[in-house]
Write a protein that binds this ligand. Structure first.
Ligand code: TYD
Length: 137
């Protein structure tokens, strides 16, 4: 995988004077069946999140409110993506190191995941992630 495999995906947007609506179906708008949903909220100013890569899990990140940056790293190249709207999201395939910063106050990051939570799916040390890339994992 490389950072260019992380795609910004537009979601359906039903505009309505009563308020807009966006919906997401697994295997349709996101390229995987959704096994888990979690969200980051009440993030204090200046906080960083992420700092890991996942072995098998695909994730799809949406700024439900406010904005933040995702820094993607495939071991060779880095790319910074700013998420700020709730009608598109960022697909992060496995084996991409990701960090998050620049959270605006009141921001909420929704994450759709292809796997249930498993600590054994994580690389939490960058050196271990790099070593796995070198070994062709
Ligand atoms: P972590 O993935 O380290 O957060 P981030 O990388 O965004 O800073 O998760 C923080 C804690 O929450 C960690 O102890 C694992 C736990 N956790 C779950 O139990 N289930 C989940 O689905 C997630 C994402 C985290």
């Amino acid at each position: 995988m490389n950072v260019d495999d992380c795609k910004l995906i537009n979601l359906p947007k039903i505009t309505d004077p009563r308020g807009n609506l966006t919906f997401i179906e697994g295997n349709r708008h996101v390229a995987f069946p959704i096994q888990r949903v979690f969200y980051l909220y009440d993030v204090p100013g200046g906080a960083d999140r992420g700092g890991h890569a996942l072995k098998r899990c695909h994730q799809f990140l949406i700024a439900m409110s406010g904005s933040f940056d995702v820094i993607l790293d495939d071991g060779t190249q880095k790319r910074r993506v700013h998420l700020s709207r709730s009608y598109y999201g960022l697909h992060i395939p496995p084996m991409i190191w990701r960090e998050m910063d620049n959270f605006s106050s009141g921001s909420v990051c929704l994450v759709l995941a292809s796997e249930c939570y498993s600590e054994s799916d994580y690389f939490r040390e960058y050196a271990a992630f790099e070593a796995a890339l070198k070994n062709g994992r």
